[in-house]
Write a protein that binds this ligand. Sequence first.
Ligand SMILES: Cc1cc2nc3c(=O)[nH]c(=O)nc-3n(C[C@H](O)[C@H](O)[C@H](O)COP(=O)(O)OP(=O)(O)OC[C@H]3O[C@@H](n4cnc5c(N)ncnc54)[C@H](O)[C@@H]3O)c2cc1C
Ligand code: SF4
Length: 487
Amino acid sequence: MGQLMGFLNIERKNQKERSPLERVNDWNEYKEAMTEEGARKQAARCMDCGTPYCQVGVTLNRGTSGCPIHNLIPEWNDLVYRGLWKEAYERLAKTNNFPEFTSKACPAPCEGSCTAGFVSDPVSIKSIERAIIDRAFDEGWVVPKPPLRRTGKKVAVIGSGPAGLACADQLNKIGHQVTVFERSDRPGGLLMYGIPSMKIEKDVVDRRIRLLEEEGVTFKTGVDVGKDITAAELKKSFDAVVLCTGAVKHRELPIEGRDLQGIAPAMDYLTASNRHLLYNEPLESDLDACGKRVIVIGGGDTGEDCVATAIRQGCKSVVQFGKHGRLPDRRTEGNPWPEHPNVFSVDYAYEEAEELFGKDPREYYVETDKFTGDENGHVTGLTTGSFKKIEDGRAEQKKWDADLVLIAIGFRGAEDRLFGDFDIEKDPSGRVILADERSYQTSREGIFAAGDARRGATLIVWAIEEGRKAAASVDLYLDGKHSLLKS
Ligand SMILES: Cc1cc2nc3c(=O)[nH]c(=O)nc-3n(C[C@H](O)[C@H](O)[C@H](O)COP(=O)(O)OP(=O)(O)OC[C@H]3O[C@@H](n4cnc5c(N)ncnc54)[C@H](O)[C@@H]3O)c2cc1C
Ligand code: SF4
């Protein structure tokens, strides 16, 4: 283990962040990696707990507690503390196919349940993970490792987000021939076109795709399964099919004025921005925040990414509406450790908005009643009430000016088309694919599902876990034996 009483005697430090006023001028990652010495010092805070809550990965009170992929956190903390970086990387790679994504963008449920956090501050697990994987790439330890033999079995993975990539990686490692079909022109799913480059730079995604290709995974981009190739054709040509198609069917806001120009779903906006940066594609004026008063409806992480993107595009102002109230500064009695702490934080976009405009952009309990527009059919503003009126009987009306409104109120699940194409069933919520919790098989034999398409919109780390588990079940289905550990 680390240093005796290290968790009390050493102050928790995180990766540094670039200054907000500097980073808003570019689209590069806003965090800086921790130095090796810094990571070793932070790893010294780990107590190597008998029951390491950091790695349990369960859902408690609807939040994630501990690492869903059960990263061997105390083990690699100890190896980092002792300066054994290569061994630390090897331990990390055992459970996590893509630490370069999680160490940048995971909300770190491991830290939320770390035992050190019960009495002091949790261990800086995510920063240590980042230091390990950065070092591994720098030292050339992450190299293609194609399988030594091929099984002759062919698997089609539909969708190249983290679930599809993890599933493909796992199946390829044990010799199955994997083809990943992706309807976009570039693999990566939301890692490529949803999450902004300030959180995950796109060459980091490309680097992993290249590694997978060198290991023998085939990527077929620009192929919309169900249209360009039918489900029947796939079933005929492959021994198993895994649906990792995500859950980005967005939730709408069907109120007066919704059809005005200048109101867009968040994903259209974020995808257009990422494409503009990757290909220099011109930005449609209604998806460009430059010089505009921007309102983001929806208080979640997607909304936050819209705020940060609007700032970089040079918006005149930005406000973000949330349905709920401000979170408390500390855990409440109803949200004890080791649950994920639902506490107030000033994340990157909010810090930037505050520095630029002198105010946190978040407004709470806001209910949007209607949009207003001009004679050309373009949005000019909106009227809001308050969700709080339900609690205290007060209905407060307010008018807001806006030139661009982004709707980020969540996702409604997997695309309907999928169910007909593959003749599979929906789960009882009617939003995602019904697939057995253990076997990941859908209602059709040989058709499996994983990631957001099965679980509903969630996190990269859950998508990786789902991809790994589905791969293990596919392998059992193909070979009749367990060659892959489920996590
Ligand atoms: C804006 C935004 C920011 C986020 N930020 C974070 C974050 O910071 N940290 C975090 O942990 N999580 C974050 N998430 C959540 C995370 O990105 C998702 O949970 C994760 O990407 C889900 O992975 P997936 O592989 O299941 O699906 P996706 O990443 O959605 O990939 C699905 C892929 O399937 C393809 N596809 C769909 N249908 C077909 C078809 N018929 N034929 C061929 N291809 C098809 C799609 O084009 C897509 O590429 C964010 C999500 C969004 C929207
Ligand atoms: S819970 Fe925290 S202190 Fe305990 S083993 Fe995990 S990282 Fe270390």
